[in-house]
Write a protein that binds this ligand. Structure first.
Ligand SMILES: [Zn+2]
Length: 198
């Protein structure tokens, strides 16, 4: 017997999630079918709500539900020190450390010839404007330690080399090919302490 059309549709939708293959997607589709109605409606509501309520902070590009995120709107945060990350979720591990008092800038990805991501696709111009506007003293580049992350870091360092800003790169502790999102706090703390000028 073949799957029903609506099951196929839901399976197809789930299989678009990262790390979810066809088999798991199909299992999830059947689980939804077997859940009670209220839980399913709650899930469907939450999906819609997250897309409607969450957007990018106008200042740093982080995810937030207001125009400006909590970090950017906090007058106690040091606007002259910026950690530059590729994706909004890369901010959370730094915030979890609880020791960083500067702000962030989300690029929205990494430079990648393979994926056709160029300078104009990232929030690099906004970063340069911010460096000028807020007389930024230090940029800590925290793109992932992958080839593309390195290329992006070097590019930013290069375009800012004649500006009065100290550009550093987190370095020690992070495994090559790894991802910030999955890094434990101690490793991340070491990386932050061991950052070096590029
Ligand atoms: Zn912000």
């Amino acid at each position: 017997m073949k799957n029903l059309k609506s099951i196929d549709r839901l399976t197809e939708a789930f299989s678009k999630l990262p790390g979810v293959g066809h088999k798991s997607a199909e299992k999830m589709a059947y689980s939804i079918l077997e859940m009670n109605d209220n839980n399913v409606y709650e899930l469907s509501d939450a999906l819609k709500d997250v897309k409607e309520s969450v957007h990018h902070c106008k200042e740093c590009g982080a995810y937030c539900e207001n125009d400006i995120c909590e970090v950017c709107s906090n007058p106690d945060r040091d606007k002259t020190r910026i950690i530059v990350v590729s994706y909004p979720r890369d901010i959370f591990p730094f915030e979890k450390l609880g020791t960083y008092n500067g702000v962030y800038h989300v690029l929205g990805g990494v430079l990648s010839a393979v994926n056709g991501v160029g300078v104009e696709d990232l929030r690099i111009n906004e970063l340069i404007e911010k460096v000028n506007r807020d007389s930024v003293k230090e940029l800590i580049i925290a793109t992932n330690p992958t080839t593309e992350g390195e290329t992006t870091a070097l590019y930013i360092a290069k375009i800012l080399e004649n500006m009065p800003v100290n550009v550093t790169r987190i370095a020690y502790g992070l495994p090559m090919g790894g991802h910030l999102e999955y890094t434990d706090s101690l490793t991340l703390l070491k990386s932050l302490e061991g950052r070096k000028k590029i």
